[in-house]
Design a binder for this molecule. Structure first.
Ligand code: CP
Ligand code: NVA
Length: 303
């Protein structure tokens, strides 16, 4: 089967480090590689996107390829054509599929039936391209990864899962703080523990204060992910006010700590306006880094 990137676990530790080095190289020396010349990729997005969609479209074009953007509601999928049939047909036309789906299982169906590389552009389970950009951002801002301590405060779902896996592979200490019942999946935590180098701290807590204390990086994500809208009121009442990244919580972090957010941000919910716009925030550089890491990923898969 063609090589896909559905999870951080789809690359080895060495490959992950290679991708980050390549991304840095691409960012600093934008040598015009045309690795995708003659290739046409499909971007199948079942949910909205700004960063992932645009950065992939730009990356594919800059690498000499072409991309067809497909909205789920405009395909026969919307009229009940099974995903596996859609995948089989797409695989006959295109050289790869970048997919944003609700169910992670659907990425596996796409990969199995299309027989072309599939890239996870976000599922309910993971957001591995985001984690690549996050690791590059930490490396750039703090000068290293190993031994850095990241506190993730919020919902233990997709973004948190990919961070847990990427951090543990690279020796970044990670403390996750979620309300009870919103912890990351047990299997992800077990995998993180299994791949982490000795002495890497991996903790799942229910106390944001404990997680943030002395941390180098404070990271948050929305409390209501795409697909969770029906639970919005309940979630906001569970997460707020305690799990909000605000000045008070941030004051517990290490002096000079950076604040990260995958975006889009909901000011006044998971993060306050002053923190998001404040001097510790690196969110725009973090968003910028989606482009070089995805160029590196595409070059790796198609090179
Ligand atoms: N962070 C991220 O994936 O943003 P989009 O939903 O805009 O793609
Ligand atoms: N956890 C968020 C991430 C968006 C980029 C969501 O799934 O909606």
């Amino acid at each position: 089967m063609a090589r896909s990137f559905l999870s951080i676990m789809d690359v080895s530790h060495e490959e992950l480090e290679y991708l980050l080095r390549e991304a840095e190289r691409i960012k600093n020396n934008n040598a015009p590689s045309k690795v995708l010349k003659g290739k046409v990729l499909a971007a199948l997005f079942l949910k909205p996107s700004t960063r992932t969609r645009v950065s992939f479209e730009v990356a594919v074009r800059r690498l000499g390829g072409d991309l067809i953007f497909l909205r789920g509601d405009e395909l026969q999928l919307a009229r009940g054509e099974p995903l596996k049939d859609t995948a089989r047909v797409l695989g006959r036309y295109v050289d790869g599929i970048i997919a944003r789906v609700y169910r992670h299982e659907d990425l596996k169906i796409l990969a199995e039936y299309s027989e072309v590389p599939v890239i996870n552009a976000l599922s309910d389970r993971e957001h591995p391209c985001q984690a690549l950009a996050d690791m590059l951002t930490i490396k750039e801002k703090l000068g290293r990864l190993k031994g850095v301590t990241l506190a993730f405060v919020g919902d233990g779902n997709n973004v948190c899962h990919s961070l847990l896996l990427a951090c543990s592979m690279l020796g970044v200490n990670i403390r996750v703080a979620t309300p009870e019942g919103y912890e990351p999946a047990k299997e992800i935590v077990e995998t993180a523990l299994a791949v982490a180098p000795p002495k890497t701290e991996i903790q799942v807590l229910n106390s944001p204060e404990e997680a943030v204390k002395g941390a180098d990086v404070v990271y948050t994500d929305v409390f209501v992910s795409m697909g969770d809208e029906a639970e919005a009121d309940e979630r906001l009442s569970v997460f707020l006010p305690r799990f909000q990244v605000n000045k008070k919580l941030l004051s517990l972090a290490k002096p000079g700590a950076i604040v990260m957010h995958c975006l889009p941000a909901h000011r006044g919910e998971e993060i306050t306006e002053d923190v998001l716009e404040g001097k510790c925030s690196v969110v725009w550089d973090q968003a910028e880094n989606r482009l070089p890491v995805q160029k590196a990923l595409l070059s790796f898969l198609y090179g």
